[in-house]
Design a protein around this ligand. Structure first.
Ligand SMILES: N[C@@H](CCC(=O)N[C@@H](CS)C(=O)NCC(=O)O)C(=O)O
Length: 257
């Protein structure tokens, strides 16, 4: 086992949950530091992330314009940006080397690698690990479309909406097919593909909270018929979310099907 992974993020964050759930399965050490989304502009983004003090606030060299999801100025150290060239959270670090690890799926992989021997990332089977990567790559495309969709939900347009709908259908059609054959996404064992699925699809289903905003602009909920159209996905999501490794991490009531 490695010395562990430290994660800085706004909280709660389904992207961080991926790592915490993986850690519950494999006993990896994961330390999480952060604050509510609205408070992160008042934090120094660094390996030793902390609330800004007066000196930090007066140091214009720390100020970086938010680029994705944050519109305010953010305070990021050069060391942070060296470790995290894309400047995003969740931002993870290997606790021993302080090497930066970014992208929630990659952070989750690092957690699985750093724990006790486990099958989350295919064990010692390189082909299985590659197959898990395949599912995680499609998951990331879905999650990225979701990020753009959510950030634009108050000002929706046909192009964005149709891109999201198509990414949703593409990802879920594939997962539904996989689950018709196997108990879990990759086979007969729990893997990182299942964890990412629960966190990102669970997060997407919060779309229901935007029903009025979308309706007012002439759009229906993309996930309106999720249960009927994707029964295997729906059962998998609900079943896994009740499992202790998931339920102790996921905010109460987050998955409400
Ligand atoms: N695909 C990434 C998404 C990370 C991301 O885009 N984070 C945004 C907040 S949602 C961010 O840190 N933005 C920093 C900025 O705006 O400078 C992941 O899964 O980790």
């Amino acid at each position: 086992m490695s010395s562990g992974i430290k994660i800085f993020s706004y909280l709660p964050n389904p992207r961080v949950w991926k790592s915490l759930i993986a850690a519950n399965f494999c006993g990896a050490k994961v330390e999480v530091v952060g604050d509510e989304p609205k408070n992160l502009p008042n934090w120094l983004w660094d390996y030793d992330a902390r609330k800004l003090n007066e000196n930090d606030k007066a140091n214009s060299a720390l100020i970086r314009k938010g680029r994705r999801g944050f519109t305010n100025d953010l305070y990021k150290t050069d060391e942070f940006l060296f470790a995290h060239p894309f400047g995003t959270v969740p931002a993870a670090f290997d606790s021993e080397t302080k090497s930066g690890i970014f992208e929630s799926n990659s952070i989750m992989r690092a957690v699985a690698r750093s724990g006790k021997p486990n099958n989350l990332y295919g064990g010692n089977d390189k082909v299985l690990a590659s197959r898990i990567d395949s599912f995680l790559d499609v998951n990331l495309v879905f999650a990225r479309e979701h990020q753009v969709y959510i950030l634009s939900v108050e000002k929706m347009n046909e192009v964005l909406y149709n891109r999201m709908k198509s990414a949703y259908e593409f990802y879920l059609d594939g997962i539904e097919s996989a689950l018709k054959i196997n108990k879990f996404i990759v086979g007969d064992f729990m893997s990182l593909a299942d964890i990412a699925f629960v966190c990102d699809v669970g997060y997407f289903l919060k779309e229901v909270n935007q029903r009025d905003a979308l309706k007012g602009q002439g759009f229906d909920l993309i996930s309106e018929k999720f249960k009927e159209e994707y029964p295997y996905c729906s059962d998998h999501l609900v079943g896994l979310s009740k499992q202790e490794e998931f339920s102790t991490v996921i905010t109460d009531g987050f998955i409400n099907l």
